[in-house]
Design a binder for this molecule. Structure first.
Ligand code: ADP
Length: 198
């Protein structure tokens, strides 16, 4: 199939970034359920917005209820879930918008799939390294208790593995830190990658 090369006709990413006075990146949070990914993604968007940066947060709520509503949790569907999320994140990236993604993304294969689609230089991986004991004691969605009873199968951390990321730009354990403390760490390490001099 011949695809008309419309991409060459569009306003370039660089020009869109200049309009928005920012550099677009994909900030990808990975970690166990309850580790703090969504909380930090939401806090980061708000803080960056306050500093004049335009972001879009992608997480299970807006992805699994919409574009990926037909996907389950089989290995094939988990991979397709991440592939579509990364493709959507890339569209935001090409529009000059910082895209903050919060997904368990438990394996190196899944994270590398996302990194490959987005592009290594634009992919900022944040490992929310909060240990299982903390996540389980929080049990935000009651899923750990269900997983322990065998009511949720292949639950990451209980009955499915979480592979520690090898390429994380930053790791944060939220166990003994406030959201504000974590946010301060994130802003210190990430802000200069989003700012532009011109
Ligand atoms: P995830 O998106 O990784 O599944 P959530 O953000 O939904 O995790 O839940 C994390 C829970 O931990 C929330 O109830 C949040 O209030 C709590 N929490 C306590 N301290 C922190 C922190 N420093 N950073 C992020 N979340 C924290």
């Amino acid at each position: 199939m011949t695809i008309y090369p419309v991409l060459d006709l569009l306003v370039k990413r660089e020009e869109k970034e200049k309009l928005l006075r920012q550099r677009s990146k994909v900030i990808w949070f990975t970690g166990l359920s309850g580790s703090g990914k969504t909380t930090l993604a939401v806090a980061l968007e708000k803080a960056l917005f306050g500093k004049g940066f335009l972001c879009q947060v992608l997480d299970g709520d807006n992805i699994r209820s919409g574009i990926n509503s037909n996907l389950g949790f089989s290995p094939e569907d988990r991979s397709e879930n991440i592939r579509r999320i990364a493709e959507v994140a890339k569209l935001f990236l090409d529009c000059g918008v910082i895209c903050i993604c919060a997904f368990v993304s438990p394996t190196e294969d899944l994270r590398n799939l996302a990194r490959g689609i987005v592009g290594t230089g634009d992919f900022i991986e944040i490992y929310v390294s909060t240990p299982l004991e903390t996540c389980e004691s929080r049990d935000v969605k009651g899923l750990y208790s269900k997983a322990r009873k065998g009511e949720v199968r292949e639950f990451t951390g209980i009955s499915a593995p979480f592979e520690i990321p090898c390429n994380a730009f930053l790791s944060i354990d939220t166990t003994d830190k406030s959201v504000e403390e974590c946010l301060a760490i994130l802003l210190t390490d990430i802000s200069n990658r989003l700012e532009r001099a011109d």
